[in-house]
Design a protein around this ligand. Sequence first.
Ligand SMILES: Nc1ncnc2c1ncn2[C@@H]1O[C@H](COP(=O)(O)OP(=O)(O)OP(=O)(O)O)[C@@H](O)[C@H]1O
Ligand SMILES: [Mg+2]
Length: 470
Amino acid sequence: MKLKKIDIFEIEKDSNFAPRVLLLSIPPAVVFICLVEFGFLAPFDAILSYIFIILCNMVFLSPMTLELQHLKKYINRLAMGEEIENMNLSEQEAKGIAEAVNSMHRFWMAKTDALEAEAMSDAAVLDTLPDPVLMIDRSGNILGANLAARKLFDDNLTDQNIGDVFVSQHFITAAQKVLNKQSESENLIFYTEPTKQKIYAHIKSLPWFSKGRAVAVVSLYDLTKAAKIEKLQSDFVANASHELRTPLSVIAGFIETLQTTAKNDDAAREQFLAIMAEQAAFMSDLIENLLSLSKIELSQDTPPQDKTDMNKIILEVMDALQIKANARHINLIFEKPTRLKKITADSAQMKQLMQNLIDNAVKYAVSGSDVLIRINTVDTIPASKSFHVADGKALSVSVNNKGPKIESQELSRLTERFYRLQEHKNLGIKGTGLGLAIAKQIIMRHRGNLTVSSSNKNGTTFTVYLPLKR
Ligand SMILES: Nc1ncnc2c1ncn2[C@@H]1O[C@H](COP(=O)(O)OP(=O)(O)OP(=O)(O)O)[C@@H](O)[C@H]1O
Ligand SMILES: [Mg+2]
């Protein structure tokens, strides 16, 4: 048998190696003392034999002690979570223990991988939720937050306390109630600071068997957008009814006059009937515009299909508006490109869009001036803050008319429903205030954009951008 090379100096001081060797040498020492006492062995021989036994003990014990020390270090490193290779020991006992530790290590590695994968997929699923979700422990510390929550508050939400994140006392009180088990769940509405977002919160305690330290889950729903839409809808209904009430009350007033005081007045009847016809025409325009606005809104999610020739459409619209333009001595000029590709756009909506823009130009231009319509090709559509525009090349159609400068704060409001410039109302120019709102909806459906510029020198220019390809 080949003896292994042993380095006794490798053995650590606190390994109890020396006491163990001495302990094992006590029984032979007792035997030698007795043998010397009864004269069976000379003292010198006894001492030599005893030293030999001690050396033998040292030689046989040291490999075992060394390997047990390696094993101890290996287990400590595993406990610290270090990534290390399996260890191989030669001593039979230590080998057995090492194998047991190795298989335990492999089992926990597999278990940890599975748990990690589970936790990662849980987190990924939570991150896909559009609404913020937070998990909190008994003291109100945030244990986890999904992407939507991190976007709403702060990227480093984890380990912060809800008291530091939520300013609303109303929310904190409700959360405390759930954490103190006074209530199973709480629902409330609060406002964030400083953005003043209106948030609906649902705080629910988790069942006792749920994993980890989480005791409650907070789900939030941003009501700001819904509240804005609700307000827009109610404003719209109020505005539409108001716009209809005015001509209706005019008509009702004239009917009453014609039935009473002006009953036999032929001249008055003619005059009143003309006004009533004008008011009725306005009401019909208004209703028609309201209907087409809702129709275009409904078409928003359907991509346009037609191959549309914008040159042809503009010429048709110019033809239709020629009489109106002549009446105001307006010269309609179209700088037509020689070659223009057809675009994919809803032909009827394109006609309505050009009709609304050129009609405005004719209506609001200084009498006797030129209205200039130009078509160009541009590389990109200018971005919009409120809606998505298509990438790539586009057609730009600009309509310019001469007139006083429109201030920038008013320019940005022109596409609002029913918004009309005070100066045009004062001049008695009739309009429903819906033409540009309709134009905007059509442009949004086509993923294009609309820009307006105005100056005293150049007048007002509306430019429509329409993607060449969809
Ligand atoms: N080319 C323009 N030049 C100057 N002001 C304009 C021009 N186009 C629009 N406006 C202003 O913007 C307002 C809104 O225009 P919009 O086309 O939406 O409504 P309208 O022309 O008043 O009514 P409608 O087109 O429904 O008959 C107009 O009332 C006018 O004050
Ligand atoms: Mg108009």
